[in-house]
Design a protein around this ligand. Structure first.
Ligand code: FA5
Ligand code: MG
Length: 374
């Protein structure tokens, strides 16, 4: 029945998103459940865990321009082609991405905005947004989640080199004084090479600046946090990675409660992205991190679906600017039952009734109250 409903959706009705109408075509695969999520902007609520985290990261990168509220409708060119994704990349398929029609889709990552932000001349920026991927639904996957993109541009001349060196010195000193263990990989290597157009010394310095900047962020987020890893050194692991739009590329994992957790992808931006944006004579690093992954750790939120909850028992637990530990509650809303009955002549103690309730309904019943006796 559900499948029939799904396939019998009228194909002529336009898709309405954020008050705008878009024509459908054979590519359209966006569902009403997804449409309902567009515009919720959870990460812009300062007392929602995603909003608290978004602000925390923005204040860490205090001189970066932090952007929000960019609508999720992009062209496949913005999401894929401009970033050098090959024509046959699986992410492009209708089984992996949500298409409004053949010309427009919901972004699958915040990297979709790199070219336009670089083109505006931004040199130190963050962009937080909702992203959409067709995926399984379980405790750690959801078809809508949130990413934050960050980038820093340096000029590729002697001034740029001096700026990177100075910043690397400052960050290295800060990290040397901190309780952090870093498992590193080389900044550049034969399997994770610099770009031909870059001076390899500068590329290596920029990759190093990227790592230092993110290690420092990891320390702000996870270092010596009560209830998370108090007193323990923070363990961060760098891994060589591949993205079509960066080289060298890395992933960062953090050791938390006995497990390594992938937090972000990053790298030195492919020069074609900066060329396309019309920013000559520059070199940049960029990262993209998953806000839910980090928030689940920091707030001890066990299920990614909870972020979408409108239940006051969830929302009332969080306060702007504060990392607090989530206290689980029942999945079901409270339901009150009034029961009246005749007492037998032999008498029935209140506790006999409570035992009967526990025996029958188990822990589903939270409270039994005697209202009156006549
Ligand atoms: C990207 O999306 C790249 N755009 C990241 C990037 C940006 C690389 C800039 C280089 C330069 P990836 O698909 O690995 O990469 O996602 C990045 C992060 O988003 C992951 O590390 C993870 O924290 C989070 N993430 C990915 N998929 C999910 C998901 N289904 N649910 C929750 N979080 C996810
Ligand atoms: Mg990944």
């Amino acid at each position: 029945l559900q499948l029939r409903r799904c396939y019998s959706t009228p194909t002529h009705a336009p898709v309405t998103l954020l008050g705008k109408e878009y024509p459908r075509d054979a590519t359209t695969n966006i569902t009403s459940a997804i449409i309902d999520k567009v515009g919720r902007n959870l990460y812009m609520n300062p007392s929602h865990p995603l909003g608290i985290l978004q602000s925390l990261i923005s204040s860490h990168f205090r001189d970066f321009n932090s952007m929000t509220g960019v609508p999720p409708v992009v062209t496949p060119a913005q999401n894929f082609d401009d970033l050098g994704f090959p024509a046959d990349h699986p992410g492009r398929s209708v089984t992996d991405s949500y298409y409004i029609n053949r010309d427009l889709m919901l972004r699958t990552h915040t990297s979709a905005h790199e070219v336009e932000v670089f083109a505006r001349g931004e040199r130190k920026w963050l962009l937080s947004a909702d992203v959409y991927r067709r995926d399984e639904i379980d405790a750690s996957h959801y078809p809508v989640f949130h990413q934050m993109e960050g980038a820093r541009v340096f000029s590729s001349d002697a001034n740029g080199k001096a700026e990177v060196q100075e910043d690397n010195e400052r960050l290295s000193q800060h990290l040397a004084r901190s309780n952090i263990i870093i498992e590193d990989v080389p900044h550049i290597s034969p399997t994770n090479p610099p770009q031909d157009v870059h001076d390899p010394v500068l590329a290596e310095l920029v990759a190093h600046n990227l790592k230092l900047s993110l290690n420092s962020l990891m320390l702000t987020l996870f270092g010596n946090r009560a209830g998370v890893n108090e007193g323990e050194p923070l363990r961060v692991r760098w891994i060589e990675a591949y993205f079509p739009f960066t080289t060298p590329s890395f992933e960062v994992e953090v050791f938390f409660r006995g497990k390594w957790l992938e937090i972000l992808g990053c790298g030195v931006v492919q020069q074609q992205t900066l060329d396309r944006a019309g920013v000559p004579g520059s070199i940049s690093w960029a990262f993209g991190l998953g806000l839910e992954r980090i928030a689940m750790i920091l707030f001890s939120i066990p299920d990614i679906r909870l972020f979408w909850s409108q239940d006051p028992r969830f929302l009332s637990q969080f306060l702007a600017g504060q990392i607090t530990t989530f206290k689980p509650y029942s999945k079901y809303p409270a339901c009150y039952k009034d029961v009246s009955f005749w007492l037998p002549d032999t008498g029935l103690h209140d506790n006999d009734f409570c035992d009967l309730v526990r025996d029958t309904a188990g822990d589903l019943v939270q409270d039994v109250v005697l209202v009156g006796r006549k």
